[in-house]
Design a protein around this ligand. Structure first.
Ligand SMILES: [Zn+2]
Length: 130
């Protein structure tokens, strides 16, 4: 696996916060059933992905912020692109986009939770230890 030195890039690519190599999720975000499954530990460095039981409850608040942002942006886009259409157009487009983006919202909220509150810091492995 490729090492990413930038913490921001590792976060965007949903990699382990400690080694920046191991994936945080077992399956693709496009998998409609298993998109939320995470391995218990990093397959590269062994870092535990759930620091304590119930750790990801806090990610619910981050996900709430993502959902609110998605709904506001969609509402404004519909207003400007379709020149203030009927209410059902707003409701349908906001609901559809919120549902479609649920995997990304859930995964990035968990990733942010682990990076911000997991107490894990980047520890690059020495070169040649692959
Ligand atoms: Zn790791």
């Amino acid at each position: 696996m490729t090492r990413i030195n930038s913490t921001a890039l590792a976060l965007l690519q949903q990699r382990c916060p400690r080694c920046h190599e191991g994936p945080l999720f077992s399956y693709s975000a496009a998998n409609p059933v298993r998109f939320a499954e995470m391995p218990a530990h990093c397959p590269v460095c062994g870092q535990a992905y759930e620091p304590e039981p119930g750790f990801y409850w806090g990610a619910m608040f981050i996900s709430y912020a993502f959902s609110t942002a998605i709904m506001l942006v969609t509402g404004f886009l519909v207003y400007y692109l379709f020149h203030d259409p009927a209410v059902w157009v707003y409701v349908t487009s906001v609901a559809a986009l919120a549902v479609l983006l649920t995997p990304l919202s859930l995964r990035y909220s968990r990733t942010l939770m682990l990076y911000w509150f997991g107490g894990v810091h980047y520890q690059p492995r020495p070169a040649g230890t692959h």
